[in-house]
Ligand binder design. Structure first.
Ligand SMILES: C[S@@+](CC[C@H](N)C(=O)[O-])C[C@H]1O[C@@H](n2cnc3c(N)ncnc32)[C@H](O)[C@@H]1O
Length: 183
């Protein structure tokens, strides 16, 4: 299923109308996540596992965010996403990093979103905890229990400072961690 979504996004990126339809079910959760992270227009925001249609980042642009770092280990997905932002006239807001989630440098990150498909979520969390500046927020999309083996999940013992719930096919919760205090 993971690979199917990656291919789906690459295909849909070529057809903006269909791409918009694909993004529609995510609207509510994207709004909930932005509110949970108390997203500000001045934030430097990282999308980890951006895919060929980085729709989470498109939502941030709509909210006035202008410093987005999009990260993916798949070079083709990054190229497709970069072309899409050029077509949309929003390319100036993006930086593209071809690297794995586990190697991200969080030292200049105000908000990061770990997408569902990032398997080793705990390694990313630990790195963020070590590197991110005070005040940084980390959002992690958690799979439904029956998909946990497939997508990987953070253990309950990590105790997030906040969360939002919604209903998507494979995931239904986003956890928030706030470095250096309560959100
Ligand atoms: C299908 S996309 C979904 C993201 C969605 N477009 C969004 O905006 O929320 C998931 C992406 O995660 C990437 N990915 C999976 N594991 C990764 C890892 N360990 N490091 C970096 N990227 C990863 C895949 O290459 C894929 O392009």
């Amino acid at each position: 299923m993971k690979t199917a979504f990656q291919w789906l996004e690459k295909g849909l990126a070529l057809h903006p109308g269909l791409g918009r339809l694909y993004m529609r079910p995510y609207r509510t959760l994207l709004q909930q996540e932005s509110e949970l992270a108390q997203l500000k227009t001045s934030d430097r925001v990282y999308l980890i596992g951006c895919g060929a249609i980085p729709f989470s980042a498109f939502d941030w642009v709509n909210r006035g965010v202008t410093h987005i770092t999009a990260i993916d280990q798949d070079e083709t997905a990054l190229k497709t996403a970069s072309q899409l932002t050029r077509k949309m006239g929003i390319a100036d807001f993006f930086q593209w990093h071809h690297t794995s989630a586990e190697a991200v440098d969080f030292s200049r990150c105000d908000v990061a979103l770990v997408t569902l498909q990032i398997y080793n979520k705990q390694a990313v969390y630990q790195r963020w905890l070590t590197q991110a500046p005070a005040g940084s927020r980390l959002l992690v999309r958690q799979p439904k229990p029956k998909h946990a083996k497939h997508y990987g999940q953070l253990p309950n013992c990590l105790l997030p400072q906040g969360s939002v719930s919604y209903s998507m096919k494979a995931f239904d919760t986003t956890w928030l961690f706030h470095k250096g205090g309560q959100a």
